[in-house]
Design a protein around this ligand. Structure first.
Ligand SMILES: [Zn+2]
Length: 174
């Protein structure tokens, strides 16, 4: 709820003028949109889809990565924004390959989580490892490894979708 409020306030603040002709916008009646009274352009709240993926290997291990921006040695799932013109499946394959250098095969959509910083929607997947050795990009990802269920590093806290994806994998590993 608070996340939604932050997103809508931010959106209203950054869409006060028409992006096409510069006229101050009004609230569009009956829709969550702002409308230009001069040229009719409508602007809807932005939403940036992002994928987050736990890669599983047939030997029961999962790939977890440490983001270079994490303040602690926490390991999590691979995540990134979906690019224009890309399907979710393509985004999963591209992000996993770009960040940790491995190819994934089949994948399963699991659940989503709104993430209001500033306006994304996280779409959570489990993906099966297919090929390749771990090779971190060295920029976004500082380290990555295959972890067994009984030998996990520090992982994200319980409200995150990353943790949910990890716990879901653990429940199937037991
Ligand atoms: Zn306009």
């Amino acid at each position: 709820m608070a996340g939604r409020a932050v997103q809508l306030v931010e959106w209203t603040r950054t869409h006060r003028f028409c992006g096409r002709c510069g006229t101050p916008t009004d609230e569009a009646p009956g829709e969550r949109a702002r409308r230009c009274p001069s040229c009719g352009l409508q602007a809807f709240p932005r939403l940036a889809p992002a994928i987050i993926t736990l890669v599983e290997r047939a030997d029961g291990r999962a790939l977890l990565a440490r983001n270079a921006r994490f303040p602690t040695a926490m390991y999590s799932c691979v995540a990134g924004f979906v690019e224009p013109g890309e399907t979710l499946e393509e985004a999963v394959r591209r992000e996993v390959f770009e960040e940790v250098g491995v190819r994934v095969g089949d994948m399963r959509y699991r659940r989503s989580q709104p993430w209001p910083f500033p306006h994304s929607l996280m779409l959570g997947f489990h993906a099966d490892y297919e090929s390749g050795d771990i090779a971190c990009d060295g920029i976004e990802i500082a380290d990555a490894d295959w972890f067994a269920p009984d030998d996990l590093p520090d992982i994200p806290g319980p409200i995150s979708i990353a943790r949910w994806l990890i716990d879901d994998w653990l429940s199937r590993s037991a």
